[in-house]
Design a protein around this ligand. Structure first.
Ligand code: AHR
Length: 526
């Protein structure tokens, strides 16, 4: 649980001043100035809680050691799930979890992961490090885990190497309420009543690790497999088609024009690399980077806004009523492997830069709430832009976890459109809007405002006009630090955490915010 110590901003600001390079002027750089109009009089779509979703793949220590340690572990656990991670995830209000992959999904045969653990086959995780996969964590373990933390289950089916029959049987095993051989098997495995499976995907990254297909071929396969996915009335999941990535919109176009039933959403993936050329061989390190990589990472992260817009424009043409969702079911930062670790495990540190990327990206998803109705950050524990890192019995919450926690009030709130005028933060050839904003009204009537200052060393003075509401009180929290790569370690797990923010005030109905450099602020206006 994040430690909201009633620290004021004095400590971070002081530290920032002290960290100035020798010889630099002690005079703080002039504040940037931005204005925003919040349209409380023109409420938009509901911000689906599922855009704060997670992704947990059989990859590195994402599942094993990260979530599942087994009942006999010396690490405190409940039925094999580690207690510290369970508690942290419950506290995060995780709305939905996607499992078992990723690339892993298209080689996963669900029958390997049910039944007595000792009798489950040991296979090889060919995608991620070539390590043995014990199958100790399978369907029952995942679905029970999702229930334990109060999250919805999103199961990703195997299209790449599985048959329509295998996929259909999996769904029946999970959802059927009839007395069949499959449901008897489920009962023998410890679960009598069916689970709820709100989301089911047919394949993953069909353009790549999921089978290297053309969208036309995939669309036909989707139509075929979806036909046989049967569940009791009212229990059929929303079926997700595997879509495109990055700037490629061809998948959205082909799927929208060739699939006329059964498709509830299109999935889309985008990863943020620091490399300005998107070089997968030299992405850039997670820590110890310079301002060039701070800036290039933010430029790359914000590209998702245009990519989403381009896909939405195509969807609007075929589906003006917005029945089909656009699910960004993999997103986040991806850095070079940490020296000394298995590169196939995708373990990386998580810094203030990740927090800024997370907050700015969540603001973009919220802006597109009418169509972006789910997003799953990659990944939940120990993999890529994780919420949680573990090391044996130790656990830490990352800056990204803290951002997701700060954004909880946005789950299910109503988007309030914003009109932002901000200068750009520029460094060398890189340029991005210095301030990012999102606003929403909660069911309880509060107006939540999130503000991100992307500039690493200039504060921003933000003046907000609120149309259609006259709040009188403001309170908030902030996540910031003096170093761009500030992060938590197992020796100092609480170095970076949100603290109370007192840099916002309401003057004559206007909200004035003094936003420190490289910070994420969430305000609640009453
Ligand atoms: O999240 C890691 C991998 O990235 C996933 O397995 C795959 O879908 C994507 O390429």
């Amino acid at each position: 649980m994040p430690n909201l110590k009633p620290l004021r901003l004095v400590a971070p600001v002081l530290a920032a001043l002290l960290s100035m390079p020798f010889g630099a002027s002690a005079q703080p750089a002039r504040a940037l100035s931005a204005t925003v109009t919040i349209r409380a009089d023109r409420p938009g779509a509901e911000i689906n809680p599922d855009i704060f979703g997670q992704f947990a793949e059989h990859l590195g220590h994402g599942i094993y050691e990260g979530i599942w340690v087994g009942k006999d572990s010396s690490i405190p656990n409940t039925d094999g799930y580690r207690n510290d991670v369970l508690a942290a995830l419950k506290d995060l209000h995780v709305p939905v979890i996607r499992w078992p992959g990723g690339c892993f999904a298209d080689e996963y045969h669900w029958r390997d992961g049910v039944g007595p653990a000792a009798q489950r086959p040991i296979t090889v995780n060919t995608n991620w490090g070539g390590v043995p996969e014990t199958n100790a964590f399978g369907t029952n373990e995942f679905l029970d885990f999702a229930e334990m933390i109060g999250a919805k289950a999103y199961v990703n089916g195997n299209l790449g190497t599985g048959s329509p029959e295998e996929m259909a049987d999996w769904l029946k095993y999970m959802t059927s309420d009839q007395d069949t051989t499959l449901t008897r098997m489920r009962r023998d495995n410890g679960r009598d009543r069916p689970w709820k499976i709100p989301f089911f995907a047919i394949g993953n990254e069909a353009w790549g690790c999921g089978g290297d297909m053309r969208p036309e071929y995939y669309a036909d396969l989707f139509r075929r497999y979806a036909t046989f996915l049967k569940a009791p009335k009212g229990a059929r999941p929303l079926i997700i088609a595997s879509g495109g990535h990055d700037a490629d919109t061809s998948w959205t176009k082909v799927l929208m024009s060739t699939i006329h039933q059964n498709m509830g959403a299109i999935s889309y993936h985008y990863y943020t690399l620091p490399s300005p050329t998107h070089d997968w061989q030299a992405k850039g390190p997670a820590t110890g980077f310079g301002e060039d990589q701070w800036a290039s990472t933010l430029v790359n992260a914000l590209k998702i806004d245009d990519y989403i817009k381009q896909n939405i424009a195509i969807m609007n043409k075929y589906d003006p009523q917005k029945k089909i969702g656009f699910f960004v079911d993999e997103w986040g930062t991806w850095y070079d492997p940490e020296p000394g670790r298995n590169p196939g495990f995708l373990y990386q540190q998580n810094t203030l830069r990740d927090a800024v990327v997370a907050a700015a990206t969540l603001n973009i998803f919220e802006k597109h709430a009418a169509r972006v109705r789910m997003a799953n950050i990659a990944q939940m524990v120990n993999v890529l832009q994780a919420m949680i890192l573990t090391d044996g019995p130790k656990m830490l919450l990352t800056p990204t976890y803290h951002v997701f926690h700060m954004y909880i009030p946005f789950q299910g709130a109503t988007l309030l459109p914003t009109d932002l005028k901000t200068p750009n933060y520029k460094f060398e050839k890189f340029s991005v809007p210095a301030v990012s904003v999102s606003a929403a009204r909660t069911a309880g009537g509060a107006i939540e405002v999130s503000l991100v200052n992307l500039h690493p060393d200039r504060s921003a003075q933000v003046s907000a006009t609120i149309k259609g509401a006259a709040p009188r009180h403001v309170s908030g929290t902030i996540l910031t630090a003096s170093a761009m790569d500030a992060h938590n370690t197992f020796d100092d797990p609480n170095a970076l955490h949100p603290v109370t923010f007192d840099g916002a005030k309401i003057v004559n109905g206007r909200l004035d915010v003094a936003l420190p450099p490289k910070s994420v602020v969430v305000l609640s206006l009453q």
